[in-house]
Design a protein. Structure first.
Length: 205
Protein backbone atom coordinates (compact mmCIF):
# COMPACT_ATOMS: atom_id res chain seq x y z
CA UNK A 1 0.00 0.00 0.00
CA UNK A 2 1.34 3.40 -1.04
CA UNK A 3 0.57 6.34 1.23
CA UNK A 4 1.16 10.00 0.46
CA UNK A 5 2.08 12.07 3.52
CA UNK A 6 1.78 15.79 3.00
CA UNK A 7 1.00 19.09 4.65
CA UNK A 8 2.49 22.55 4.62
CA UNK A 9 5.98 23.75 5.38
CA UNK A 10 6.66 23.44 9.14
CA UNK A 11 3.38 21.61 9.71
CA UNK A 12 5.10 18.57 11.22
CA UNK A 13 5.34 16.11 8.33
CA UNK A 14 8.77 14.89 9.44
CA UNK A 15 7.52 14.14 12.96
CA UNK A 16 4.67 12.06 11.58
CA UNK A 17 7.02 10.33 9.12
CA UNK A 18 9.31 9.35 12.01
CA UNK A 19 6.35 7.83 13.88
CA UNK A 20 5.31 5.86 10.80
CA UNK A 21 8.89 4.61 10.34
CA UNK A 22 9.14 3.62 14.01
CA UNK A 23 5.91 1.63 13.62
CA UNK A 24 7.23 -0.26 10.61
CA UNK A 25 6.60 1.73 7.43
CA UNK A 26 9.13 2.32 4.69
CA UNK A 27 9.39 6.12 4.41
CA UNK A 28 10.68 7.95 1.35
CA UNK A 29 11.44 11.60 2.11
CA UNK A 30 11.11 13.80 -0.99
CA UNK A 31 13.39 16.44 0.56
CA UNK A 32 16.11 13.80 1.05
CA UNK A 33 15.64 12.68 -2.55
CA UNK A 34 16.00 16.31 -3.65
CA UNK A 35 19.33 16.48 -1.83
CA UNK A 36 20.47 13.17 -3.31
CA UNK A 37 19.97 14.28 -6.92
CA UNK A 38 22.12 17.44 -6.69
CA UNK A 39 25.63 16.30 -5.67
CA UNK A 40 28.51 18.36 -7.10
CA UNK A 41 28.83 17.68 -10.81
CA UNK A 42 25.32 16.30 -11.24
CA UNK A 43 23.24 17.39 -14.25
CA UNK A 44 20.54 18.89 -12.01
CA UNK A 45 23.04 20.98 -10.05
CA UNK A 46 24.77 22.17 -13.21
CA UNK A 47 21.41 23.28 -14.59
CA UNK A 48 20.60 25.11 -11.35
CA UNK A 49 23.93 26.93 -11.52
CA UNK A 50 23.31 27.91 -15.15
CA UNK A 51 19.86 29.31 -14.37
CA UNK A 52 20.53 30.96 -11.00
CA UNK A 53 24.25 31.71 -11.12
CA UNK A 54 27.26 30.37 -9.27
CA UNK A 55 26.25 32.28 -6.12
CA UNK A 56 23.98 29.36 -5.23
CA UNK A 57 27.03 27.07 -4.93
CA UNK A 58 29.30 26.78 -1.92
CA UNK A 59 33.09 26.99 -2.38
CA UNK A 60 33.29 23.17 -2.45
CA UNK A 61 30.85 23.05 -5.37
CA UNK A 62 27.90 21.79 -3.31
CA UNK A 63 24.51 23.45 -3.46
CA UNK A 64 24.02 26.33 -1.00
CA UNK A 65 20.44 25.50 -0.13
CA UNK A 66 19.92 28.56 2.05
CA UNK A 67 21.12 30.92 -0.67
CA UNK A 68 18.93 29.21 -3.27
CA UNK A 69 15.87 29.27 -0.99
CA UNK A 70 16.33 32.99 -0.27
CA UNK A 71 16.45 33.61 -4.02
CA UNK A 72 13.49 31.52 -5.15
CA UNK A 73 11.07 32.28 -2.33
CA UNK A 74 11.43 35.98 -3.08
CA UNK A 75 10.41 35.51 -6.72
CA UNK A 76 7.60 33.23 -7.91
CA UNK A 77 9.05 32.94 -11.42
CA UNK A 78 12.38 31.74 -10.05
CA UNK A 79 10.63 29.29 -7.72
CA UNK A 80 8.69 27.82 -10.62
CA UNK A 81 11.87 27.62 -12.70
CA UNK A 82 13.58 25.67 -9.91
CA UNK A 83 10.62 23.33 -9.58
CA UNK A 84 10.78 22.72 -13.33
CA UNK A 85 14.39 21.61 -12.97
CA UNK A 86 14.02 19.48 -9.86
CA UNK A 87 10.59 17.88 -9.98
CA UNK A 88 11.10 15.49 -12.93
CA UNK A 89 14.25 13.80 -11.52
CA UNK A 90 12.81 13.80 -7.98
CA UNK A 91 9.61 12.06 -9.12
CA UNK A 92 11.58 9.60 -11.22
CA UNK A 93 13.78 8.67 -8.26
CA UNK A 94 10.80 8.33 -5.91
CA UNK A 95 9.12 5.98 -8.40
CA UNK A 96 12.33 3.96 -8.65
CA UNK A 97 12.54 3.62 -4.86
CA UNK A 98 8.87 2.66 -4.56
CA UNK A 99 9.29 -0.05 -7.19
CA UNK A 100 12.37 -1.42 -5.43
CA UNK A 101 10.54 -1.57 -2.08
CA UNK A 102 7.49 -3.22 -3.63
CA UNK A 103 9.75 -5.94 -5.00
CA UNK A 104 11.83 -6.45 -1.86
CA UNK A 105 9.21 -6.07 0.88
CA UNK A 106 5.69 -6.07 -0.61
CA UNK A 107 3.85 -6.47 2.68
CA UNK A 108 4.85 -3.20 4.32
CA UNK A 109 3.39 0.28 3.98
CA UNK A 110 5.34 2.61 1.73
CA UNK A 111 4.97 6.24 2.79
CA UNK A 112 6.13 9.12 0.60
CA UNK A 113 6.62 12.32 2.60
CA UNK A 114 6.32 15.27 0.22
CA UNK A 115 5.02 18.81 0.59
CA UNK A 116 3.65 19.26 -2.93
CA UNK A 117 1.62 16.10 -3.58
CA UNK A 118 -1.61 18.04 -4.04
CA UNK A 119 -0.03 21.03 -5.76
CA UNK A 120 1.41 18.70 -8.41
CA UNK A 121 -1.75 16.61 -8.76
CA UNK A 122 0.00 13.42 -7.61
CA UNK A 123 -2.59 12.26 -5.07
CA UNK A 124 -4.20 9.75 -7.46
CA UNK A 125 -0.97 7.75 -7.44
CA UNK A 126 -1.45 6.85 -3.78
CA UNK A 127 -3.84 4.48 -2.07
CA UNK A 128 -4.36 6.96 0.76
CA UNK A 129 -3.45 10.58 1.46
CA UNK A 130 -2.50 11.75 4.96
CA UNK A 131 -2.37 15.48 5.70
CA UNK A 132 -0.59 16.87 8.76
CA UNK A 133 -2.56 19.79 10.16
CA UNK A 134 -1.41 22.84 12.11
CA UNK A 135 -2.76 26.37 12.40
CA UNK A 136 -1.13 28.88 9.99
CA UNK A 137 0.24 30.94 12.87
CA UNK A 138 1.84 27.80 14.28
CA UNK A 139 3.48 27.12 10.93
CA UNK A 140 4.88 30.66 10.85
CA UNK A 141 6.23 30.47 14.40
CA UNK A 142 7.85 27.07 13.84
CA UNK A 143 9.36 28.18 10.54
CA UNK A 144 10.82 31.35 12.04
CA UNK A 145 12.36 29.41 14.93
CA UNK A 146 13.63 26.56 12.76
CA UNK A 147 15.11 28.56 9.89
CA UNK A 148 15.74 31.94 11.48
CA UNK A 149 13.34 33.71 9.13
CA UNK A 150 11.57 37.03 9.53
CA UNK A 151 7.75 36.99 9.78
CA UNK A 152 7.56 38.27 6.19
CA UNK A 153 9.88 35.54 4.89
CA UNK A 154 8.00 32.82 6.76
CA UNK A 155 4.66 34.09 5.49
CA UNK A 156 5.95 34.18 1.90
CA UNK A 157 7.18 30.57 2.06
CA UNK A 158 3.90 29.34 3.50
CA UNK A 159 1.92 31.30 0.89
CA UNK A 160 3.86 29.55 -1.90
CA UNK A 161 2.01 26.32 -1.06
CA UNK A 162 -1.65 25.35 -1.09
CA UNK A 163 -3.28 26.43 2.20
CA UNK A 164 -3.45 23.65 4.76
CA UNK A 165 -7.18 24.21 5.15
CA UNK A 166 -7.62 23.18 1.50
CA UNK A 167 -5.29 20.20 1.83
CA UNK A 168 -7.18 19.02 4.89
CA UNK A 169 -10.43 18.87 2.92
CA UNK A 170 -8.83 16.52 0.37
CA UNK A 171 -7.22 14.16 2.90
CA UNK A 172 -8.23 10.59 3.59
CA UNK A 173 -6.70 10.96 7.05
CA UNK A 174 -5.63 14.01 9.08
CA UNK A 175 -2.95 14.02 11.79
CA UNK A 176 -3.46 16.89 14.23
CA UNK A 177 -0.21 18.72 15.02
CA UNK A 178 -1.84 21.82 16.47
CA UNK A 179 -0.96 20.80 20.04
CA UNK A 180 2.23 19.35 21.53
CA UNK A 181 4.48 16.66 20.05
CA UNK A 182 3.12 13.92 22.32
CA UNK A 183 -0.40 14.55 21.02
CA UNK A 184 0.84 14.59 17.41
CA UNK A 185 2.69 11.32 17.85
CA UNK A 186 -0.38 9.66 19.41
CA UNK A 187 -2.59 10.89 16.58
CA UNK A 188 -0.04 9.69 14.01
CA UNK A 189 -0.07 6.25 15.65
CA UNK A 190 -3.88 6.22 15.42
CA UNK A 191 -3.75 6.98 11.70
CA UNK A 192 -1.03 4.37 11.18
CA UNK A 193 -3.23 1.70 12.76
CA UNK A 194 -6.04 2.65 10.37
CA UNK A 195 -3.69 2.48 7.39
CA UNK A 196 -2.38 -0.96 8.35
CA UNK A 197 -5.95 -2.18 8.84
CA UNK A 198 -6.88 -0.97 5.34
CA UNK A 199 -3.71 -2.51 3.89
CA UNK A 200 -4.57 -5.83 5.51
CA UNK A 201 -8.09 -5.74 4.12
CA UNK A 202 -6.78 -4.97 0.64
CA UNK A 203 -4.30 -7.84 0.84
CA UNK A 204 -7.08 -10.29 1.73
CA UNK A 205 -9.26 -9.37 -1.22
Amino acid sequence: MKVGLTGGIASGKSTVARVFAELGAHVIDADAVARDIVPPGSPALEQIARVFGRQVLRPDGALDRAALAALVFADDEKRLALEGILHPPILEEIDRRIAALERSDPGRLIVVEAALILELGLQEGYDALVVVWAEPQQQEGRLMRRDGLSPEEAHRRIAAQMPLAQKRLRADFVVDNSRDEAFCRADAARVYRELTRLAGEAARR
